[in-house]
Design a binder for this molecule. Structure first.
Ligand code: ZN
Length: 385
């Protein structure tokens, strides 16, 4: 297959020659005709495949308040009433995101003393079902806390030998009320099994910042540089910028990545500043049509747009930065070895109806084709079968 007249992220035009599932050559463009943007696959650095209710009749949000603990309680009620298994809804979501161009993702999967490892097992099945289409990295996520949900530390330990790739965490102070009591088991289990860590941290202000610094300290002490991420890190956007800069240096030294989904109401970390300080930054969808959020669709180009909108990005370089959050940067955090639109790279591509990368981010464009290993797997936003 040859994709003619493709505009790459660099702005250069090429004919892309695909052979045996690889990019065989980037040739000069064969004509001056119309051109479409061709991107490497989109990467969702933070999704919750087990939580989504996608494909079910609309489920109204019934959280009684906006605190994280209110939403945990609301989700437990939804969970108790749902009759369709997570294997079905998770598969619905995987199909939807692949059709929009996502071929790699990191999903958090709830582990607590009510669920045990049931959701992990469901999402392992989904991963197996779609193994030829997408790579799925799994974080064992203590959604109900560790101390608040006795037995969860043991379950996280078991998850590490049952298919989870990383150990998660959640607001050590805000939820468990005990920084060391939460972080000690997370780091001990990750260290014991040689796993990475990805911690949800909603706690804001200086209290949140102190937790980020505690995570950095433990990361360095455990030799886990490059293997730890903090998701959300709202605190970095809620303190004076000089204070956030000092924490950025600390994150860079510890090799900790920061994930944002471009939060609507909470403060967003200053992603460009973090990147300038050498911090790896990336993006994810977070909640999609679940007990936490009625919104979301898993489209990572739309996510890049939302982050740009939230961050007041205007210039083309800023929009290109937003694209990096959902492509190359996220691929690095996920440790994808075989990624990127380059000669010899995998023939995994997304053809987008836009003239430039900036337009592709700004305009939520139509997806003409998604190509996996040289094969068209989705056309015009629909899986080919
Ligand atoms: Zn999340």
């Amino acid at each position: 297959m040859i994709l003619r007249n493709a505009t790459l992220a660099s702005g250069k035009r090429h004919d892309i020659d695909l052979k045996d599932g690889r990019i065989a050559a980037l040739l000069p463009p064969s004509n001056d005709g119309p051109s479409l943007v061709v991107l490497p696959p989109l990467v969702d650095g933070h999704i919750h495949l087990d939580k989504t209710l996608l494909g079910l009749p609309w489920v109204p949000n019934r959280a009684e308040g906006n605190a994280v603990s209110d939403r945990i309680a609301a989700e437990r009620r939804v969970r108790a009433e749902r009759s369709v298994p997570e294997t079905v809804t998770g598969a619905n979501l995987v199909k939807q995101v692949v059709a929009s161009g996502t071929l790699h993702m990191r999903t958090h999967v709830d582990v607590d003393n009510q669920l045990g490892l049931q959701n992990l097992k469901a999402i392992l099945e989904v991963r197996e079902q779609f193994r030829d289409l997408v790579t799925i990295e799994i974080v064992a996520f203590p959604q109900s806390g560790i101390l608040r949900s006795p037995g969860t530390a043991e379950l996280l330990d078991e998850a590490a030998t049952s298919g989870a790739d990383l150990i998660g965490g959640l607001d050590p102070v805000g939820i468990d009320g005990d920084l060391a009591g939460h972080l000690d088991p997370v780091f001990a289990i990750a260290g014991k099994h040689g796993k990475g860590i990805d911690i949800h941290l909603h706690d804001g202000g200086e209290a949140g910042l102190a937790q980020i610094e505690a995570i950095a300290e433990r990361t360095v002490a455990g030799g886990l540089q490059g293997k730890v991420a903090v998701s959300h890190a709202f605190a970095l956007g809620s303190v004076p910028i000089d204070m956030a800069r000092r924490t950025a240096d600390c994150l860079a030294r510890a090799g900790i990545a920061i994930m944002s989904h471009g939060p609507g109401a909470a403060t967003m970390p200053p992603l460009i500043m973090l990147a300038e300080h050498g911090v790896q930054v990336f993006a994810g969808s977070d909640n999609i049509r679940d007990a936490w959020s009625p919104f979301g669709n898993g489209d990572m180009l739309e996510r890049a747009m939302l982050i740009g909108y939230r961050g007041n990005y205007r210039r083309d370089e800023e929009l290109a930065f937003a694209l990096d959050l959902v492509t190359g940067n996220a691929a690095k955090v996920l440790g994808l070895q075989d990624y990127g639109l380059k000669v010899g790279g995998p023939a995994d591509l997304v053809v987008v109806e836009a003239g430039t990368v900036a337009e592709a981010v700004a305009s939520r464009p139509h997806r003409k084709m998604v190509i996996k290993a040289g094969r068209v797997v989705a056309r015009d936003g629909v899986l080919t079968g």
